[in-house]
Write a protein that binds this ligand. Structure first.
Ligand code: AMP
Ligand code: FE
Ligand code: FE
Ligand code: ZN
Length: 293
């Protein structure tokens, strides 16, 4: 039998994806995947629905999360696989981040309302599923509906960009070192998401020297980092090469994933990048907080 096709980073409407967990798993099945993780931002709410859908579809389900973290005043993302969602520090941190994301959502919507009258809180919330983690893609969908932009990416290019001082607001997140410790303490496997892109804030700054970058990753490994998402649409070609070298240097798990957010959000499809069986098995061997099913 050929190796299974494995995608360990997909989003549903329990955070900023546009489709329900069951629809996302259906899309994963249709894309020829065999093993899939649901990794919504700062919530594990979609696990039950995704797990049931995977059982029906004959897919292996990997419980995951994309945990917000902070680094030099900006937000970076940490994937956490096989965490125990009931571990108190983990659960409290997720709740605190989600609460602050709500405050920040309203702040950004209010900022936009000054210039775009139709962007009321009520209107923006109409694009949100009750209880889901709030993020900028929901505001982007409201901006599209108002005819202010035509795609989510166009909204991120300017109005929703973190460099747009008129509209942008940040949100709480633990430091990346604390985030790694929190995921580990909940039995999870921390893997740095899209660590080397040109468009997002990442751990790597453009002016960093090679030595500074190596030292930065050494600190994260010492803090308990287990892996790097090397194969991701938004990592630069040079970044992927360097990340693969760094992973080899520290014997880190290497993952590849789509970061699917639904068909309307980004062009990327489930399975656009995949993780090898060997690396998947390393995650399974390390995670103790919840189980693959
Ligand atoms: P937030 O979590 O609210 O800060 O928003 C960032 C999220 O928006 C990321 O996790 C991505 O899922 C999504 N995102 C970032 N850039 C883009 C883009 N250019 N197009 C679509 N979605 C994006
Ligand atoms: Fe997202
Ligand atoms: Fe992310
Ligand atoms: Zn993601």
């Amino acid at each position: 039998m050929s190796d299974p096709r494995i995608d360990l980073h997909l989003h549903s409407n329990r955070s900023d994806g546009s489709e329900s967990p069951a629809v996302v798993m259906r899309a994963a099945k249709d894309a020829g995947l065999n093993i899939v993780a649901l990794t919504d931002h700062d919530t594990t709410d979609g696990w039950d629905e995704a797990r049931t859908a995977c059982a029906d579809l004959g897919l292996t389900f990997v419980p995951g999360i994309e945990f917000s973290a902070s680094h030099r005043g900006a937000i970076v993302h940490l994937l956490g696989y096989l965490v125990d969602p009931t571990e108190p520090t983990f659960a409290e941190t997720c709740a605190r981040t989600r609460d602050d994301r709500q405050w920040r959502f309203e702040k950004m919507v209010d900022n936009l309302h000054h210039d775009f009258g139709g962007m009321t809180r009520e209107f923006a919330y109409s694009f949100h599923v009750e209880g889901a983690t709030l993020g900028r893609p929901t505001i982007a969908r409201a901006l599209i509906d108002l005819g202010i932009v035509s795609t989510v990416s166009e909204a991120f290019d300017d109005l929703l960009s973190s460099s747009n001082e008129r509209y942008y607001a940040g949100h709480y997140a633990p430091t990346i070192e604390d985030a790694i410790a929190i995921v580990r303490n909940a039995g999870g496997v921390p893997v740095l998401a899209h660590p080397w892109t040109s468009t997002r804030t990442t751990l790597v700054a453009e002016h960093d020297t090679d030595e500074q970058i190596s030292a930065r990753f050494a600190e994260l490994v010492a803090a308990g980092l287990a892996g790097l998402e090397v194969h991701h649409e938004e990592n630069t070609p040079y970044g992927r090469t360097r990340l693969a070298q760094i992973a080899a240097e520290y014997d880190l798990i290497v993952t590849g994933s789509s970061d699917y957010h639904g068909l309307d959000t980004k062009p990327v499809k489930p399975g656009a990048h995949t993780t090898s069986l060997v690396n998947f098995e390393r995650i399974v061997a390390l995670g103790t907080g919840s189980a693959v099913s």
